[in-house]
Design a protein. Structure first.
Length: 388
């Protein structure tokens, strides 16, 4: 009897080991030798079947009361349902400032949309639709965009050129892309992808091979082949919380922008410059203007880079030396509405101190959708444009 029981006991032990291994695999994915979780490899058709029901089509209408002709304009885009209560994440240039918004669900149901909040700077908006009387709305969660790497495969889902529920695939071509002509106080690191993105993809999700939304498609470079950009999901998470709670993203108004003066530029120009932030433009009505900061007056282009010289140079900000882009970024990120900004400023060969309280930044003319472009300009640099 003992000999006949041994194989059964061995068999039960083997089955127990298999169950333990499967239970372990069903939990958190084990880390690889590099400390990263193993890459997902979910088939794209399965990802599409799971994510596309939460992708919606938006059509919006706006009326310009200051024009006598061509007063009515229309825009189409996409969005993704992020909450079963009816919250949709999309682009601000699709939903902001519109007189009417219509949302079409995956099953063809058309519902009115109401703008909850929008931030034209990050090009994000939240739209609400009524909950259906029966059933629940499909949703998809925002993933962790900090974990994606260049070269990972991604897919864009949207309604390009009115073709509903279209999937295109590509890779992550670059990370933390800061578009030219973006003030340091409004830095927005974007995901670059070569997944084909066309008009109608605006506000649609960029998903990884795990089926997680890691970006919201926002813009392309016109006259280029497959160079598109998406707002990282981690940035969107913080913005969504603010848009739902306050209807807007609250940020301090510094009131000026410019470029860093580095040692190489000083040596090239042979001018009495110091390292710091060269103030080029003062925004009208801003606290910087009221405090007496001065912007540049002389335009100069060096190696394709344009400067406005003659303005103040900020060498220290709240006690921090502004001697690198990292130092400037950290100083800007530490600013809060209601706090005091103290600066050491170099002007005409001498130093002076400037301080003022930071109010909330208002919506400025350059923030309005349609006034930013991402297309080649004469100098070969780029300026941002939303993808409609």
């Amino acid at each position: 009897m003992i000999m006949s029981l041994m194989p059964r006991r061995a068999l039960w032990l083997a089955l127990l080991c298999v169950l333990l291994v499967r239970a372990s695999a069903a939990g958190d994915p084990p880390a690889t030798e590099s400390g990263r979780p193993p890459a997902c490899a979910e088939p794209l058709p399965d990802i599409f079947d799971r994510v596309s029901p939460a992708v919606v089509s938006l059509s919006a209408t706006s009326i310009n009361p200051y024009r006598l002709s061509e007063r009515v304009s229309h825009v189409v885009g996409a969005g993704v349902l992020i909450d079963a209560s009816g919250l949709i994440l999309t682009n601000a240039h699709v939903a902001f400032g519109r007189q009417s918004i219509t949302v079409t669900l995956d099953d063809g149901t058309r519902l009115p949309g109401t703008l909850v909040g929008a931030d034209p700077i990050f090009d994000l908006a939240v739209v609400r639709i009524p909950k259906p009387p029966e059933g629940t709305l499909p949703t998809v969660a925002l993933g962790d965009s900090d974990r994606i790497r260049v070269g990972e495969e991604v897919a864009a889902i949207g309604n390009p050129l009115g073709l509903d529920q279209t999937l295109t695939r590509g890779i992550v071509s670059g990370m933390n892309r800061i578009l030219p002509e973006t003030p340091f106080s409004l830095l927005e690191p974007l995901i670059q992808t070569d997944a084909p993105i066309n008009p109608g993809n605006s506000g649609g999700p960029l998903v990884n091979r795990c089926g997680e939304v890691i970006g919201i498609n926002t813009a392309v470079i016109s006259d280029a082949q497959n160079i598109g950009f998406a707002v990282p999901s981690n940035l969107a998470k913080g913005a969504v919380a603010a848009l739902i709670a306050q209807g807007r993203v609250i940020r301090p108004w510094v009131g000026f922008h410019g470029q860093l003066v580095e040692h190489d530029l000083q040596g090239l120009l042979k001018l009495p410059l110091v390292e710091g932030l060269l103030v080029e433009v003062i925004e009208p009505g801003s606290p910087a203007e009221k405090a007496g900061l001065e912007g540049g007056r002389l335009e100069l282009e060096v190696d394709g880079r344009a400067f406005l010289l003659g303005g103040d140079i900020v060498t220290r900000m709240n006690g921090r030396a502004i001697d690198s882009s990292d130092a400037l970024t950290e100083a800007m990120r530490a600013l809060r509405v209601g706090a005091t900004l103290e600066m050491r400023v170099f002007r005409s060969g001498s130093y002076r101190d400037v301080r003022y309280t930071l109010p909330e930044r208002p919506l400025l003319p350059g923030d309005v959708p349609g006034e930013r472009a991402l297309a080649p300009v004469a100098s070969g640099r780029l300026r941002r444009a939303p993808l409609r």
